[in-house]
Design a protein around this ligand. Structure first.
Ligand SMILES: NC(=O)c1ccc[n+]([C@@H]2O[C@H](COP(=O)([O-])OP(=O)(O)OC[C@H]3O[C@@H](n4cnc5c(N)ncnc54)[C@H](OP(=O)(O)O)[C@@H]3O)[C@@H](O)[C@H]2O)c1
Length: 265
């Protein structure tokens, strides 16, 4: 049975710990966290246990880094004395490169993953890439660990991983932006906030379900819900005239550029 230690019991770290705990993966999992009140909070749940004794790192097989990127240099310094070459590192820290992790920890085998927030409800989308020393079997195990929070996709390079921030990593924020505009419109039209929430959520869910059901393109779906001179086409034509779609694409490019900028720091 593999021993997995998650460093950082915040939003993401705890989500992974809880998802692995609930899955049927053959793994023993624990959390290392430095905030005493958070340790107490996690332990009160009586599922995955948390603590702050770095000694436990010595006999861990997989170290999962789930702290904020800003604290990475300090964390690397603190934990390095407890690590050994047999261990595999998985990092979900945005913008911290495999090379930085390898140098910071003095370990060779590193997997970088980019999750997103719906991981909390097992509908996450995680992209991942392993360094050259990570074996196929190990990578398959890590894929099943990451898959405990939703869907996964291996990407061919770290560059591609950073690019995936623009679609899946930061994507929920962009979807929320469109949902927010629709919710505000519903309220302007006189619907209660409860009705607006149901209408927006169900409309998104319904559209996504249709999209996933078969291979019809999104453009074809837009055609199917529009009729000449009708209501949907009137709204879509306005979005096109204002180039809303192109502006969204630009926003995604700005997001990806920011990911690369942060990675260089
Ligand atoms: N949230 C997302 O949607 C998302 C998406 C993709 C990637 N990520 C990545 O996921 C990582 C974690 O994000 P998050 O939202 O889960 O952050 P978070 O909620 O702030 O969690 C980080 C946790 O780690 C703890 N911590 C800090 N230093 C530590 C140390 N030296 N030893 C042990 N624990 C330590 C923090 O405690 P204190 O509060 O006391 O500092 C906090 O509880 C980030 O690197 C982020 O880039 C997040």
């Amino acid at each position: 049975m593999k021993k997995i230690t998650i460093l950082g019991g915040g939003n993401m770290g705890f989500t992974y710990a809880a998802s692995i705990y609930k899955s049927d993966l053959e793994a023993a999992i624990q959390i290392l966290e430095n905030a005493p009140e958070r340790i107490e909070e996690i332990n009160a749940l009586n599922t995955v246990m948390a603590g702050n004794d770095l000694e436990v790192l010595k006999d861990t097989d997989v170290l999962f880094l789930a702290v904020k990127p800003q604290v990475a240099p300090e964390v690397f310094q603190n934990i390095k004395p407890y690590l050994n070459q047999k261990q595999l590192v998985v990092s979900i820290m945005a913008g911290v490169s495999i090379e930085t992790i390898q140098k910071g920890l003095g370990l060779d085998r590193v997997v970088r993953a980019m999750p997103n927030l719906p991981a909390q409800v097992k509908l996450g989308m995680t992209t991942y890439v392993g360094s050259s020393g990570v074996g196929q079997e190990e990578l398959a195990f890590i894929a099943s660990v990451l898959g405990a929070t939703g869907k996964i996709a291996e990407v061919p390079s770290e560059e591609q991983l950073d690019r995936s921030i623009g679609i899946s990593g930061s994507g929920p924020g962009f979807v929320f932006y469109f949902m927010d505009a629709m919710e505000k419109s519903a309220m302007d039209l006189g619907f209660s906030s409860a009705a607006a929430k149901t209408m927006v959520a169900q409309t998104f869910e319904g559209a996504v379900a249709l999209y996933k059901q078969n291979s019809i393109s999104l453009e074809s779906w837009m055609g199917r819900v529009s009729s000449k001179g009708g209501t949907t086409i009137a709204g879509l034509d306005y979005f096109e005239e204002k180039q809303v779609g192109k502006e969204i694409q630009k926003g995604i490019q700005v997001c990806v550029s920011r990911a690369f900028e942060l990675g260089e720091k």
